[in-house]
Design a protein around this ligand. Structure first.
Ligand SMILES: NC(=O)c1ccc[n+]([C@@H]2O[C@H](COP(=O)([O-])OP(=O)(O)OC[C@H]3O[C@@H](n4cnc5c(N)ncnc54)[C@H](OP(=O)(O)O)[C@@H]3O)[C@@H](O)[C@H]2O)c1
Length: 324
């Protein structure tokens, strides 16, 4: 199997951490760019990984950081911005994608794996999130001589996720009942391990070049069903109350101004679309998809941090065995 020098943006996030531990088992040389090196030192347990503190929005710094790499993987994405007008989304998604492309060109890097989102659309401004994700995807695929594969997942679950885990934490502090906005929106959650496998298989398969893959899990649920399922792991009962459309919007307006924006108007707009795929999971990856009910019980009952550490140790161990 060919080993690559791979530079990853967003490699310290939820998906990134799962991806780097998988890539390390194949012995690739991994360079993760981060704004906060100290915070992510746990990644250094992986023997072929280097963690480089870089301002990826600085064009010169990015060009320098890409030097000597074969492949770039861009996983940077935000669900909320600091302001309210979409500038933060433009900056993190579109302007960054432009800088990534330029830094690839400057370093003669031919291969880019790009993380987009299901229903990302540069033609329609459903939300700033989906609009700018669509613009970024369009931009990278339009570049001549750059071999791009992009991924458009529905919501991703697994140890360390900020979807199931976030609802679990919220449910713990809610007294008796939890009011839920956009409760009828449908999702096809996909396991992080399956997304990682799709990315790794794309790395090795030239047939994936130029493709955009929608990634959905095997089953569809409403948001209410997912939150009720999460609540079933608590030792006490919680009732989920679906909010009507107008009250959901009101909740978004209010929470938009809470510290950390737990829910925003932009999230509300994104949730007006069902996050489900039109087509079956891409056969090219040959995956047997994991079911939510098979995975979630494993991490809701364990500490996700411990789970991550275990993954890194396992990846480090496999790598050492391969070299012996
Ligand atoms: N999780 C999901 O359910 C889901 C669903 C669909 C699509 N996606 C897409 O998949 C990708 C990975 O998602 P994730 O859940 O792993 O995200 P995440 O946990 O939030 O991680 C994203 C990483 O990107 C970097 N980053 C974030 N904002 C940045 C900014 N403004 N400038 C520079 N770097 C920034 C951060 O790295 P540092 O702090 O180390 O710099 C962070 O670790 C994203 O593009 C997301 O949109 C995710």
């Amino acid at each position: 199997m060919k080993k690559y020098r791979i530079c990853i943006l967003g490699g310290t996030g939820f998906l990134g951490k799962h991806l780097v531990s998988r890539l390390a088992t194949e012995g690739h040389e991994i360079r993760v760019l981060t704004r906060h090196r100290e915070r992510h030192r746990d990644l250094l347990v992986l023997p072929t990984l280097s963690l480089v503190q870089t301002d990826i929005h600085d064009e010169l710094a990015l060009k320098k950081a890409f030097a000597g790499q074969d492949v770039i993987i861009n996983l940077v994405g935000i669900l909320n911005e600091r302001g309210h007008k979409g500038r933060g989304f433009q900056h993190a998604h579109v302007q960054l994608a432009q800088k990534v492309v330029q830094a690839c060109e400057a370093n003669k890097i031919m291969r880019l794996l790009h993380m987009s989102a299901l229903h990302a659309n540069p033609q329609k401004k459903t939300s700033h999130y989906l609009f700018t994700k669509g613009q970024a995807e369009e931009l990278v695929h339009a570049v001549n001589n750059l071999q791009v594969t992009s991924f458009r997942p529905s919501v991703i679950f697994g140890p360390g996720d900020s979807f199931i885990n976030r609802f679990y934490q919220l449910l713990k502090i809610m007294p008796i009942a939890m009011p839920l906005a956009c409760a009828n929106t449908r999702f096809a959650p996909i396991y992080v391990g399956d997304v990682v496998e799709a990315i790794v298989k794309s790395l090795h398969n030239p047939e994936t070049i130029g493709q955009r893959y929608e990634l959905c899990g095997p089953k569809t649920y409403t948001l209410k069903q997912l939150v009720e399922y999460t609540a079933s792991f608590l030792p006490y009962k919680r009732t989920i109350i679906s909010l009507p459309h107008s009250v959901s919007l009101l909740q978004a307006y209010m929470l938009e101004y809470f510290p950390g924006k737990p829910f925003s108007i932009d999230n509300f707009h994104s949730l007006q679309l069902d996050s489900v795929c039109n087509n079956p999971f891409p056969a090219i990856f040959g995956l047997q998809l994991h079911k939510l009910e098979e995975i979630v019980p494993r991490y809701l009952t364990n500490s996700s941090q411990r789970g991550h550490y275990h993954n890194f140790r396992r990846a480090a161990g496999q790598y050492s065995r391969q070299r012996l």
